[in-house]
Design a protein around this ligand. Structure first.
Ligand SMILES: CC(C)(COP(=O)(O)OP(=O)(O)OC[C@H]1O[C@@H](n2cnc3c(N)ncnc32)[C@H](O)[C@@H]1OP(=O)(O)O)[C@@H](O)C(=O)NCCC(=O)NCCS
Length: 392
């Protein structure tokens, strides 16, 4: 029996478990950095394809490299017919994150690189996952509404293609650009829960699809990617700006949480929220409904004030806060907010799988295997004696 209690770091907070060259989150300064570049310098200037290339191939592409990468993605966007058939057999009320997670696992069956792990093969698997995940999600929106999926358009970039496959209408440049920025902002965020899940699975030398499907499952929870759905549900429930203050007080007085506020790493506003907020405003103006943006703004102010009054410390907005009203104004179904996060974050997850399995980092990654403290029963000072079933 153990006689000394181990130190338990619940939630692994403050524990550094690996080195990474992919990204850094500097919580006190509110900085997010992808391979050395500040997120503010990438969003709106580099496309999602450029950022995916940066994450996977470790540098921003030049013109020719970008064209080659786009051509590869374009060639991999279409879904195998068998996958469409399986989607058609799924119940229309299925949760989209479950469809995405199952879809990732099914796609493994169609990838010739899964059987033997190599760096080049894993690069190809990563590229195929990035290309296909958004097609899969758009196809699910069509199929669950008894419509035929729309084939990807080789002339459209990644962001525009998703919106086109979702609605059947080609988005104008401003909307496509807004969505592209969203994809860039969500592509990577160091060792968050889903990335850790991907790396943990990758540490067993499982393949890219196994690691990515675990990451999708992890992202679905409301304390992680699921928060953007909860933000929109909260805004809809509040109903209007005049009810925001009472809502904030009710939630905090009953020990609840205001979704979209708080972060495990940032001790200041999430830099991505400041990029999303003006886009949410502009998108609201475009569609002639600014209520959701205005409510979000008020909720941010009142939520921060009320939290400070009660806890005597500050709370800040995170990425999910303004992305909710932005996606809503763009016409993206609310239950797609988290899957839309996933079709972007897949770039980060796959970059981490590559790093976990192939990087020459020091110290080299190894199989994750934490310890636990057994607090279950013993029978007196020793282990229990087994009692056969007919004697219990
Ligand atoms: C993201 C989150 C899990 C980070 O949590 P954390 O830094 O580990 O903080 P904890 O969960 O330990 O909470 C610390 C305290 O702040 C409070 N708190 C944290 N986030 C809060 C929120 N959004 N609303 C109200 N109170 C909150 C907790 O109730 C807790 O209070 P206590 O110390 O009196 O018990 C948390 O802020 C949260 O649940 N936010 C809402 C969900 C969300 O937006 N998730 C998306 C993250 S990108």
């Amino acid at each position: 029996m153990q006689d000394s209690s181990p130190i338990i770091n619940t939630g692994l907070r403050g524990i550094t478990i690996a080195s990474t060259k992919i990204s850094d989150v500097i919580g006190d300064a509110g900085k997010l950095i992808y391979r050395g570049y500040l997120i503010q310098d990438l969003a709106g200037k580099a496309s999602f394809e450029e950022v995916a290339h940066l994450l996977l191939h470790e540098r921003l592409p030049n013109d020719q490299e970008l064209e080659a990468f786009k051509t590869e993605l374009s060639g991999e966007r279409a879904l195998p017919a068998e996958i469409i058939s399986v989607l058609q057999a799924c119940p229309s009320g299925a949760l989209p994150m479950d469809i995405l997670q199952a879809g990732v696992a099914m796609l493994a069956n169609h990838d010739p690189d899964v059987k033997e792990l190599s760096y080049e093969g894993s690069q190809r698997m990563a590229m195929r996952l990035i290309a296909k995940l958004s097609t899969l999600l758009a196809a699910w929106e069509r199929i669950r509404n008894q419509k035929n999926p729309i084939a990807p358009d080789p002339n459209l970039d990644h962001a525009a293609n998703f919106l086109y496959m979702l609605s059947g209408e080609k988005p104008d440049d401003e909307v496509a650009n807004f969505f592209d920025v969203c994809l860039v902002l969500h592509a990577e965020h160091s060792f968050n829960a889903s990335t850790f899940a991907a790396r943990e699975v990758a540490s067993t030398r499982a393949h890219m699809y196994a690691a990515t499907s675990a990451a999708v499952g992890s992202l679905s929870g409301e304390l992680h990617g699921g928060a953007n759905v909860r933000v929109m549900e909260m805004l809809i429930k509040i109903g209007g700006p005049d009810k925001v203050e009472a809502f904030v007080n009710d939630v905090l007085d009953s020990g609840g949480r205001i979704m979209g506020l708080g972060h495990a790493v940032y001790n200041t506003d999430d830099p991505r929220a400041h990029i999303l907020a003006p886009m949410s405003k502009k998108m609201g103006e475009r569609v002639g409904e600014t209520k959701w943006y205005e409510m979000s703004q008020l909720l941010e102010t009142k939520g921060k004030e009320a939290f400070r009054q009660r806890k005597n410390r500050d709370i800040f907005v995170n990425v999910d806060f303004y992305s909710a009203s932005l996606y809503y104004s763009m016409g993206i179904p609310v239950d797609f907010f988290t899957p839309v996060f996933a079709i972007s974050r897949v770039a980060g997850w796959t970059a981490h799988v590559l790093e976990e399995q192939f990087a020459e980092a020091a110290p080299k990654p190894m199989l994750y295997r934490p310890e636990s403290e057994y607090i279950g029963d013993y029978c007196g000072p020793d282990e229990c004696s087994f009692v056969p079933i007919d004697e219990r």
